[in-house]
Write a protein of this length. Structure first.
Length: 752
C-alpha cells in the first residue's frame, strides 16, 4: 500500500511538472521574430531584444542554460527596411541593422548594429563590443580565499548597469566566469531536461536589456525568460549549525542536546564530509564514528532538526563503496574496474548513481544535499560543460521529481546565469577578518543583480589565524540575521569554535538567533516577493533610489526586504567599547531601532554602537510581522506580533503557505493585509487558502515611538487595564488582541 501511495505521488508530481514546463516555452511567438538573412531578432519586451547571428542561418530555438522561456506576449513594435538598413522600433528601443552585415563584437562599431534608447532625457547608443564600464556586477562562483575585498575583481557582470543597458551573452563559444559554456536543453532522462550541443557553435546569441534605471522591471522581466527564484522551505531560513569537524554520533547528539538545553532556536544540522569513509569523495557511512546512521538522523528529526550531508563527488565511486558493484555493472565496466568515474552528463550514470546510492541515503532520512563541488570546473566528457551548473541542475531536479511532498533544495555554489532556479548557495572559505566581514554585505546584495538571492556565508568566517574572537563572531552574527541564510561554519583547524554557547558573550550571540526567528514572518514574506518579482530579499539601495549617488557609494548598506535598511557594524570597537559608523539614510522618514526614534532621511548619520546594538532602520509607516519566542520553525505560532512603525501612514502584509510543498505555485497560500493610518491599525480579513491553515489566531500589536494614549479600543470597544500596556522608557504601546477568526477584520485605535 505504501508503494502504491508513493507511485501515485510520483505520477502526480510528474503531471504537475509537465504542466509547469508547458508554461515555459523556449519557442518565441512567430509574430515577435524578425528574420533578415543571417541575422534574427526577437522582440521579447519593449526593453529586451534577442539578437542572433549565424553564418549558416541555424538559429537556436531550444531552451539554453540561462534562458528557458521566450513565449511572451508580443509587445508593440514596428519594422521597416530603408537604404539598406532594417529598423525595429519598440516603445522603448530603436534597433538599426545593416542588412547583410556580420554581427561581431570583436571590433567595437555601430556601423552594422546599434540600439538607441533614452536615459534621463538623453539618448544612449549601444553597439556590439561597447564596454559596459558602469555595470553593477552580479556575483562569482565562490569566496574561497576571501580576505577583505580581494574577490571584487572576480565578480561577473550582472543584468543592471548605471549606463542603462546590459547584455546577456548566450553564445555557445562565450566562456562563463568559471570557464564553462552555455548549452541547450533537449530531451530528458528520468524527467530531467538534458544537456545538448548548440545547433551552431559559432553563432552569436545575445539578449539586449535596455531598461535604463528601472532595475526592478529588468529583474522581473529576466525571471519571465529565465525562470523564477523558487521559494526554499521555511526551515532553511532558520539557524544552521555547521562545522567541518570529525564529529562522532555522540558528539552530534551532544550538540543537539546543548542547543536544546540553552534554549537556542535551530532548524538545520549539517554533517560535513567526515560522515563518510576516508577521502574527499565518499558515499559510505564511516561506521567507526557513526555506527547507526538511521538512529542518529532520527534523533535529529525528533529534536526538530533537518539533516544535510556534504558531498564532494568528483572522484566517482571507488571499489570500497556501498553499491559499487551495482553501479559498475550499470555502466558496463569490467570486473577489473577499481572506480566508476564521475560522469553526470552520461544518462546511464545519473540513473544508476541516484537510484542506487543517493536514494539509499535519502531513505535513511537525509533531508537535502550540500553539493560542495570544487574539484573540476568543467566536465572531462563534454567540452565546456560546467560541473557546478550541471550538478546543480540535476540534483535539484532529481529532488523535485522524486520527493514531490517537499520543495526541492540543494546547497551549492554559483554556476553562472540560470543558477537562480536551483536555490540555495554557499559562498565558501573566507578568512575571519573585519575586512572580509565588511565586504560581504556588498557581495550578498549585489548577487541580487542576477537573481541569485539566497547566498549563505560561513558566519564567523571559515579560516582564522588567531584565537577565537568573541567580538568579531558577534558582529558577524548580527550581520547574519539580515542575510538570506543564517549559518555558522568554520574549517577543522584546531581551536576554531562555532558553538555559540562556548563563548563568554553567549547571551549576545543568542540574542542574534532570537532576533532572526522573530523576523521570520517578514523574511518569508520577502521570499515570496522574490518568487513573484525577481527582487531578492537582500538588495542594493539603488533599486529604490537609482538617481542618488549615495545609493551606489554606501555599498555596505542594503535593503532587507521592502521595509528594513541594514547598516551593519563591520569594524572593531574602540577603547570606549563602541564602534563608529556612517550611515546614509535615503529620502523619507526612518525609525532608528537602536535609538527608538524617528529620523529624517536625505542625510548621512554618524553614530557609535555598543556590542549590544545592531544598527538597522525601519521604513516609516511600515507594519513588520514578528514571531513570538520559538525554538524552531516546525510549529506555526498561534499568536503573531505586529510592529507598527511611526512617522507616516503605511501598510504591511503576512504571507503564509504550507512551508515545504510546491503548493504555493498552484495558488495554495494566504495573505493578510495591514493598513496603518495615523494612530489606527486595521487587520484585514485573510485572503486565499492552503491545507492546514489556522482558522484563528491572536495578535500582539506594538505601536513604536508613541506617547501614552488616553485609551485603546478594538472595533470601537475600549480595552481594560491589562489588555494593553505602555512602556514610557521605550515609548511603546502594546495591545493584546485575543484569539480571533482569521476571516474577521480588526480595527485597533489609540485614543490620544
Amino acid at each position: 500500500m505504501k508503494r502504491l501511495f508513493t507511485l501515485i505521488a510520483l505520477a502526480a508530481a510528474f503531471i504537475a511538472t509537465k504542466a509547469q514546463q508547458e508554461q515555459l516555452n523556449p519557442m518565441a511567438d512567430a509574430k515577435a521574430v524578425v528574420s533578415c538573412g543571417q541575422a534574427r531578432f526577437t522582440v521579447l519586451t519593449p526593453e529586451m531584444i534577442r539578437i542572433q547571428w549565424s553564418e549558416s542561418q541555424k538559429f537556436e530555438d531550444r531552451a539554453t542554460f540561462a534562458i528557458v522561456n521566450r513565449r511572451l506576449p508580443v509587445p508593440h513594435f514596428t519594422q521597416e527596411q530603408h537604404d539598406g538598413y532594417l529598423t525595429i522600433t519598440t516603445d522603448a528601443l530603436r534597433l538599426r541593422y545593416k542588412i547583410g552585415g556580420r554581427i561581431d563584437d570583436r571590433r567595437p562599431s555601430d556601423e552594422v548594429l546599434s540600439i538607441t534608447f533614452t536615459l534621463n532625457g538623453r539618448p544612449v547608443v549601444w553597439y556590439p563590443g561597447k564596454d559596459d564600464l558602469l555595470n553593477l556586477k552580479g556575483t562569482t562562483r565562490t569566496l574561497d580565499g576571501q580576505i577583505g575585498d580581494n574577490k571584487r575583481r572576480e565578480m561577473e557582470n550582472g543584468l543592471l548597469s548605471r549606463a542603462g543597458w546590459a547584455v546577456i551573452d548566450e553564445s555557445p563559444a562565450t566562456r562563463r566566469g568559471d570557464g564553462s559554456r552555455t548549452f541547450a536543453f533537449e530531451g530528458e532522462q528520468d524527467g530531467i531536461e538534458w544537456v545538448a550541443e548548440p545547433v551552431d557553435k559559432a553563432a552569436k546569441d545575445w539578449y539586449f536589456l535596455g531598461y535604463g534605471h528601472d532595475y526592478k522591471k529588468c529583474l522581473k522581466d529576466f525571471t519571465r525568460v529565465a525562470g523564477r527564484q523558487p521559494m526554499p522551505p521555511l526551515y532553511v531560513l532558520g539557524y544552521w549549525y555547521s562545522k567541518y569537524q570529525r564529529y562522532t554520533a555522540e558528539e552530534f547528539m551532544q550538540i543537539a542536546d546543548d542547543v536544546k538545553r540553552n534554549q537556542i532556536p535551530m532548524d538545520v544540522m549539517i554533517f560535513d564530509m567526515d560522515w563518510h569513509t576516508e577521502g574527499w569523495t565518499g558515499w559510505t557511512w564511516d561506521k567507526s564514528i557513526i555506527p547507526d546512521p538511521e538512529g542518529l538522523i532520527d534523533y535529529m528529526h525528533r529534536q526538530g532538526l533537518k539533516v544535510a550531508l556534504n558531498l564532494h563527488p568528483a572522484d566517482g565511486v571507488d571499489a570500497d563503496e556501498d553499491y559499487f558493484q551495482e553501479v559498475r555493472r550499470d555502466m558496463g565496466l569490467g570486473e577489473d574496474a577499481k572506480v566508476v568515474p564521475w560522469n553526470l552528463s552520461d544518462k546511464r550514470f545519473y540513473h544508476s548513481m541516484f537510484n542506487r546510492i543517493l536514494r539509499a541515503r535519502e531513505k535513511q532520512g537525509v533531508d537535502f544535499w550540500w553539493l560542495d563541488w570544487q574539484q573540476n570546473l568543467t566536465s572531462k566528457y563534454v567540452d565546456g560543460l560546467g560541473e557546478t551548473f550541471w550538478c546543480n541542475h540535476v540534483f535539484y531536479n532529481d529532488m523535485r521529481l522524486h520527493r514531490p511532498d517537499h520543495r526541492p533544495l540543494i546547497f551549492h555554489r554559483w554556476g553562472g546565469l540560470g543558477s537562480h532556479r536551483y536555490p540555495i548557495g554557499f559562498s565558501g572559505d573566507s578568512f575571519t577578518t573585519y575586512g572580509t566581514l565588511a565586504w560581504q554585505p556588498y557581495f550578498t546584495a549585489t548577487a541580487s543583480n542576477v537573481c541569485f538571492g539566497y547566498w549563505g556565508h560561513d558566519l564567523g568566517g571559515h579560516q582564522q589565524t588567531g584565537p577565537n574572537d568573541p567580538e568579531i563572531y558577534l558582529r558577524w552574527m548580527q550581520y547574519g540575521v539580515f542575510t538570506p541564510i543564517f549559518r555558522t561554519h568554520a574549517t577543522n583547524w584546531p581551536g576554531i569554535e562555532r558553538r555559540i554557547w562556548k563563548y563568554e558573550n553567549f547571551p549576545l550571540l543568542l540574542e542574534t538567533v532570537r532576533l532572526r526567528y522573530r523576523l521570520m514572518p517578514y523574511i518569508y514574506n520577502a521570499c515570496r516577493q522574490a518568487y513573484d518579482t525577481g527582487v531578492s530579499i537582500c538588495r542594493p539601495l539603488y533599486y529604490e533610489w537609482p538617481e542618488e549617488n549615495n545609493a551606489y557609494l554606501f555599498e555596505d548598506e542594503y535593503m532587507f526586504g521592502d521595509d528594513i535598511l541594514v547598516a551593519p557594524v563591520v569594524t572593531p570597537t574602540g577603547a570606549d567599547g563602541r564602534a563608529s559608523r556612517r550611515t546614509w539614510l535615503p529620502e523619507g522618514r526612518w525609525y532608528d531601532v537602536c535609538r527608538a526614534k524617528v529620523v529624517d532621511g536625505g542625510q548621512t548619520l554618524t553614530d557609535s554602537y555598543s556590542l549590544q546594538e545592531t544598527p538597522y532602520f525601519l521604513r516609516a509607516g511600515a507594519v513588520i510581522v514578528n514571531n513570538p519566542p520559538m525554538l524552531n520553525l516546525n510549529e506555526r505560532p498561534d499568536r503573531l506580533i505586529l510592529q507598527v512603525v511611526p512617522g507616516a501612514d503605511g501598510r504591511g502584509s503576512l504571507y503564509e503557505d504550507e512551508n515545504d510543498t510546491e503548493g504555493y505555485k498552484r495558488g495554495l497560500f494566504t495573505t493578510t493585509a495591514f493598513t496603518h493610518q495615523g494612530s489606527s491599525l486595521t487587520i484585514e480579513p485573510r485572503q486565499g487558502s492552503f491545507p492546514g491553515m489556522p482558522a484563528e489566531r491572536a495578535w500582539t500589536v506594538e505601536f513604536l515611538g508613541t506617547d501614552r494614549p488616553q485609551a485603546v479600543s478594538i472595533d470601537g470597544r475600549r480595552l481594560q487595564n491589562g489588555q494593553w500596556t505602555y512602556d514610557a522608557e521605550r515609548r511603546l504601546t502594546t495591545v493584546y488582541v485575543g484569539t480571533t477568526p482569521c476571516s474577521q477584520r480588526i480595527n485597533i485605535t489609540l485614543e490620544p
